[in-house]
Write a protein that binds this ligand. Structure first.
Ligand code: SF4
Ligand code: SF4
Length: 446
């Protein structure tokens, strides 16, 4: 049966109407001048960490591979500036985990490595090998190695590529700017993935609070000679958080429900972030691996919010200084958006591949209201897109009852924060759920 395109998105469960605060949506991206130093962690992805391939004193160039792993679920790491390796050290990731890192002192030249050459791609296998070499990981924040996602098991039949351009997190506009500034690459990447994997249709999903993005992408898609059968279409989605979450997105676009514990591939879908798709087009053309990232820098403590394109490994403090520094003392610093971002303890940490936003908030915007007793209003339950019962998860996490937590499906929680956002009693539901998950994974021990 021929696949059709939805006229409008399908209904999904739950969610929240969060304020958008897309302050930088109309600001053209600016390029950070070459930093004097970068610190590049050997783990910027889900999976095995890389081992450094360079030592102190080595000269490196932009795009040169400086870290790799034999593990399939991993992604190589490349130098983002040219210069001299001044240290191979340990650095803390935002979650606190210590990993190896390569520190490069810039020579100010940004000399491109002779390793950088467009890949030769004549088959799906070549394509997946090239994606692996590019170091691409999910740029929407997940950090999952892209070659693993594209290497679809033989027993799964995919028919639909969903390009995730929802960008439902407040403040973050990095994907929005990618679509507006690089629409050619977005569509080129779409056609490349579609043709190499033999997919029947492509749905580019954009929240309807970005009419300029919808218009630009439609114009490019409608005028392309590479899609004579009109198998690539733009689908405006209701702007409702967390529209960009994979399971919600797949249902909005196809009305297919991903069963608990399963993946989009189990219902015939491949979901890719819009910036990841555009990166692939640029990589196939130039061979330059993933060495830079567009980051939205915003929040009430930032003097001059911007979208900045930065070499990976640049110190967050250097990026904030480029945005005019702090306008007020920052009481809260986040990597990512306010709903799912990670709180940072320092701006000395480096920008990572999957990092799409740095937000800094002044005291008045950072203070959390004091939690009060649950009033059993049920808003956390009706808002949960995964149909979980957050009140019960909180209760059994406090009781450390891992059997009950498992039965209640705690591991299906994607930590979207919708329940906590909707809670009038300001219960710290996500914090309790994270504790409960950690307990369950550690067999009941903290
Ligand atoms: S954080 Fe988890 S429990 Fe809360 S709404 Fe999101 S998926 Fe549901
Ligand atoms: S939303 Fe908050 S107050 Fe309402 S039932 Fe859930 S935890 Fe209780």
């Amino acid at each position: 049966m021929e696949l059709t395109f939805p006229e409008k998105p399908f209904r999904t469960h739950g969610g929240a109407a969060v304020p958008h605060h897309k302050n930088t949506a109309q600001m053209e991206s600016v390029i950070l001048p070459c930093p004097s130093q970068v610190t590049i962690p050997m783990q910027q992805h889900v999976g095995a960490p890389c081992k450094p391939l360079v030592k102190v004193g080595d000269l490196v160039q932009v795009g040169q591979k400086i870290g790799d792993s034999d593990a399939f679920v991993s992604a190589p790491i490349h130098a983002s500036i040219s210069g001299k390796v001044s240290a191979v050290t340990k650095v803390a990731l935002p979650g606190g985990q210590m990993v190896d890192a390569v520190v490069i002192e810039s020579d100010g030249q940004m000399t491109v490595s002779p390793e950088v050459k467009p890949p030769v791609v004549n088959s799906p296998e070549d394509f997946i090998r090239a994606v692996h070499e590019s170091g691409l990981v999910g740029l929407g924040g997940a950090g999952f190695p892209a070659h693993v996602k594209l290497n679809v098991p033989k027993d799964k039949h995919l028919d639909t590529l969903i390009v995730n351009a929802a960008e439902c997190e407040p403040y973050i506009t990095a994907d929005n700017r990618e679509a507006l500034e690089n629409s050619w690459a977005v569509l080129s990447g779409v056609y490349a993935v579609r043709d190499l994997l033999g997919l029947e249709r492509v749905i580019i999903a954009v929240e309807d609070n970005k009419p300029d993005v919808i218009e630009v992408l439609r114009k490019v898609a409608d005028n392309s000679k590479l899609d004579p059968e009109d198998r690539v279409r733009i689908l405006p989605l209701h702007a409702r958080y967390p529209q960009g979450a994979e399971k919600v997105l797949v249902q909005s676009c196809t009305n297919r429900v991903i069963p608990l514990g399963k993946l989009p591939a189990d219902v015939g879908c491949l979901v890719m972030n819009i910036t990841s798709v555009a990166f692939l087009a640029d990589y196939l053309k130039t061979g330059m691996p993933l060495v830079k990232k567009r980051v939205t820098v915003d929040g009430s403590a930032i003097a001059s919010p911007k979208n900045v394109i930065v070499p990976i490994g640049t110190k967050i403090a250097d990026v904030i200084a480029f945005c005019g520094g702090y306008s007020q003392p920052p009481a809260k610093l986040l990597m990512g958006g306010p709903m799912m971002g990670i709180a940072l303890t320092s701006d000395e940490l480096p920008i990572l591949k999957q990092n799409n936003g740095i937000l800094a908030f002044a005291e008045k915007d950072a203070a959390l209201p004091k939690p009060t007793a649950c009033i059993r209003c049920g808003r956390c339950v009706s808002g949960c897109p995964m149909n979980l019962v957050p009140t019960q998860l909180e209760k059994y996490a406090e009781l450390k009852d891992t059997d009950k937590l498992d039965q209640l499906g705690i591991l299906c929680c994607m930590e979207c924060g919708t329940c906590a956002y909707n809670c009038p009693a300001h219960r710290p539901l996500v914090h309790a759920i994270r504790m409960g998950k950690a307990l369950l994974r550690n067999g009941g021990k903290k």
